[in-house]
Write a protein that binds this ligand. Structure first.
Ligand code: ADP
Length: 262
């Protein structure tokens, strides 16, 4: 509480030490506040679909409304949709906490980026056309294969959700020889206004919450991407031209070649 902060600050310590204690406390207070906000947001996101599910179940149990087969079918469809939303949210929350738990261990699987990109394109082949360009041949990242697959899945999913319906998703792999590899996913959708760009990786930040929810979004996809990129000593970047499209890029350090003589 506030009282204990002042108690500590008034302890017979040097002025410098007091400053350090106060700074440390203010960092801890803001971390605690961010955590409380996160829990409140997550609870709110779960409560909304849960209330809908309970409401429709109660209506179905009521013979008058629940008796009509068309109504039943429609309500069951809504219940399924809301339950799927809750499942997606719980899965993303679990992903975030798993990533947090291992963030200090360097990932070590040798991951073939070209193969990973082909797999990500294959996973969505019945939902969208994906065009792969660039050179990822023989690019190996020391990574966590499952996490890197999730990065591509989240970015390709966004390009499909927010892209233009009849336009392909483009994945470009740029292995420029700088010891890093850049994987960019582009769409021809509506794009994102510049003021939103710096905040997109915040948990639950959405430009249009209604559209995100309707598309099955949780608001956690890019937060997950950023965490995974950073765990791999890489980073995430997103650029957009409103009205034309968006490019999301992940840059990862390549695994160092170890020559046989070493
Ligand atoms: P969501 O589950 O809402 O898609 P994300 O964390 O993946 O959550 O993305 C956060 C927000 O960023 C989205 O709600 C959307 O507003 C915006 N966004 C992400 N990718 C794109 C894109 N390719 N085009 C336009 N907007 C995007």
């Amino acid at each position: 509480g506030r009282g204990s902060q002042w108690d500590l600050a008034c302890h017979p310590l040097s002025a410098r030490r007091k400053m350090v204690v106060l700074e440390d406390l203010s960092v801890r207070v803001s971390v605690a506040r961010a955590h409380a906000d996160f829990v409140a947001n997550a609870s709110h996101e779960l409560r909304t679909p849960l209330a809908a599910v309970l409401g429709y179940v109660e209506t179905l149990e009521d013979d008058k409304a629940g008796g009509d087969p068309d109504t039943r079918k429609r309500f069951l469809g809504i219940i399924r949709h809301e339950a799927q939303r809750m499942r997606a949210l719980v899965e993303d929350l679990m992903s975030l906490s798993r990533i947090e738990a291992v963030k200090h261990d360097a990932p070590t699987d040798p991951v073939d980026i070209a193969a990973l990109v082909r797999e990500a394109a294959g996973e969505v082949q019945d939902r969208a056309k994906v065009v792969i360009t660039g050179n990822g041949d023989s690019a190996i990242v020391a990574g966590d294969r499952g996490q890197l697959a999730q990065v591509l899945r989240n970015l390709v999913d966004n390009a499909i959700k927010y892209g233009k319906a009849d336009s392909p998703v483009r994945i470009e792999v740029d292995n420029s020889g700088s010891g890093r590899i850049a994987i960019s996913i582009s769409d021809d959708g509506e794009g994102i206004a510049p003021e939103h760009l710096p905040r997109l990786t915040e948990r639950f930040y959405r430009v249009d919450a209604g559209r995100s929810r309707a598309a099955g979004g949780t608001g956690l996809g890019l937060a997950i991407v950023k965490h995974i990129a950073e765990r791999h000593r890489g980073w995430f970047d997103i650029s957009s031209r409103p009205g034309q499209g968006t490019t999301a890029t992940v840059i990862l350090p390549l695994k160092k070649e170890i020559s046989p003589s070493e």
